[in-house]
Design a protein around this ligand. Structure first.
Ligand code: SAM
Length: 255
């Protein structure tokens, strides 16, 4: 299959965006999302940005999934003009599609890999996006920096670590009232209980969990929304590497 016919397939599929998110891509957005796909295929030839390259998979796992996380929650939809941070953005997901659909928002793409962020910066420029910021750093370090700590209205995190790690990376970066979205595949009641207890230690509270089936392959997804109620204690996030090596436990687990 050639790159050109892959792009044509994606463009065709974008014209038939499924109902369910209460949002349809405009003609301009379809064009821009197609361009994002073409550019990522090109970038992938020199950098390992994403394993998801087939048009149908790209549409479902990168575009639809990225947008479903913010569009399915009424509380998040209100934050379209907000300061957003995508933690561990990798090849730019979910941050890039969010920036492209919410031009009034300011989206910071954070990753610890310099090469990926350098590429995304180039890509943002080529796509003419002016609402992106790019940061190369570790979430643990950023969460202790004055200009980033308690700065964001919305934080997204997908495929970066277990729930407790995501909470420790994300909650310190949020303003009080801000929302952290965990993009998950499987998610059990036990996962939810543990996240609720850990979030409490960080000033957060699980607002809701939305289970959903993807429209094309009926894969199970869960979007977990954690709202920040009070400032995160200064000890968090802990030093680089610690959140992943020793994920926070519920307070009664004796940590
Ligand atoms: N979010 C993207 C997605 O869902 O397609 C990429 C996920 S990729 C599996 C995880 C990314 O998180 C990698 O690009 C890695 O460099 C980044 N990462 C892991 N730990 C990090 C940390 N502590 N701070 C910042 N970035 C981190």
């Amino acid at each position: 299959m050639t790159e050109r016919s892959d792009l044509e397939q994606l463009r065709h599929a974008l014209q038939q965006w499924p109902p369910g998110l209460d949002w349809q891509p405009s003609a301009d957005q379809q064009e821009a999302l197609g361009q994002l796909y073409a550019e990522l295929l090109r970038g992938n030839q020199r950098l390992n940005l994403t394993r998801i390259t087939a048009p149908a998979e790209f549409l479902e796992k990168h575009l639809w999934d990225s947008l479903a996380g913010v569009l399915l929650s009424p509380a998040c939809r209100q934050l379209a003009a907000a300061a957003v941070i995508d933690i561990g953005t990798g090849g730019g997901f979910p941050g890039f599609p969010i920036a492209m659909t919410w031009p009034q928002g300011k989206v910071t793409l954070l990753d610890s890999t310099r090469k990926k962020i350098a590429y995304l910066e180039e890509l943002g420029y080529r796509l003419g996006l002016s609402n992106l910021n790019f940061v190369v750093d570790r979430a643990e370090s950023l969460g202790q920096q004055l200009q980033h700590r308690e700065h964001y209205d919305l934080a997204t995190i997908r495929a970066v670590g277990e729930g407790a790690v995501c909470a420790e990376y994300g909650l310190p970066l949020l303003k009080v009232g801000g929302i952290l979205i965990l993009y998950r595949g499987q998610w059990s009641e036990e996962d939810g209980d543990r996240l609720a207890a850990v979030s409490q230690r960080l000033g957060g509270r699980v607002l809701e969990t939305i289970p959903v089936e993807t429209p094309w392959t009926q894969a199970q997804r869960h979007f977990v929304y954690v709202i920040k109620d009070t400032p995160t204690p200064a000890d968090f996030p802990r030093a680089i590497g610690i959140p992943r090596q020793h994920p926070l436990m519920p307070p009664d687990a004796g940590q």
